[in-house]
Write a protein that binds this ligand. Sequence first.
Ligand SMILES: [Fe+2]
Ligand SMILES: [Fe+2]
Length: 269
Amino acid sequence: MAEVQASKGVSILFVGDLVGGIGRRTLLECLPLLRERLHPTFVVVNGENVAGGLGITPKAAEQLFAGGVDAITLGNHTYHRREIYPYLDSEPRILRPANFLRSQPGHGVCMVESAQGARLGVVNLSGNLYLRAGRSAFTEIEAALGELEGVDQILVDMHAEATSEKVAMGWHLDGRVTAVVGTHTHVPTADARVLPGGTAYITDVGMTGPRGGVIGVKREQAIESLLTQMPVRFETSEEDPWLMAVLIRCSVTERLRADSIEQILMPRP
Ligand SMILES: [Fe+2]
Ligand SMILES: [Fe+2]
């Protein structure tokens, strides 16, 4: 009963891949408005593109935590910036995919607690199709969930290229976790729903960054690269920044279940 009480009115705001400084600023400007409107208990963001479009630095992570972010997930760009390696080991609230090799820096599971005592477990996974992850997401998730026994809610960020892997993970975990959210493609999908077992699901949350580019990159550069088939230096676009996120409202009667998932797509104020 104590567990159900702790879960009362709990909600999770999950924000899709922050792209560049523009993505970080968009999040930090939108967050006060979203707090006022939605009162999220927890805020989790994917930060794999926050440092100039690739990777994350300790400074950027600290800015996100100072802005009220509870946990940060990453993905295939985790190791782009070397200065993050020791930070990934020492800061419990930043995650790289749990199914990377054990020898790689960092960890893929954490638990955060709200002021009211609700406990949220967060798991970061990487898909195996077209992405470099040393171990299977589908077998490694069991070990990850084993680390989170007794928590009130679990959010899984499945960072993957292929929609099939993400849909399959949603079904695989339906009824066992509060939410499975997809990231990486930077384009939001229109399939947010609560699966029959009570797990909130979306194939891709989208990105928090410039909608005027090509998944974050200046569009002229992306088009030139495709036209010429030659190497082009990519820079982060600054045009038309939006925040893309989902709000998951957790069940008030059952642990590890969602009542709803709502897509939030808003331009920078
Ligand atoms: Fe990304
Ligand atoms: Fe990615």
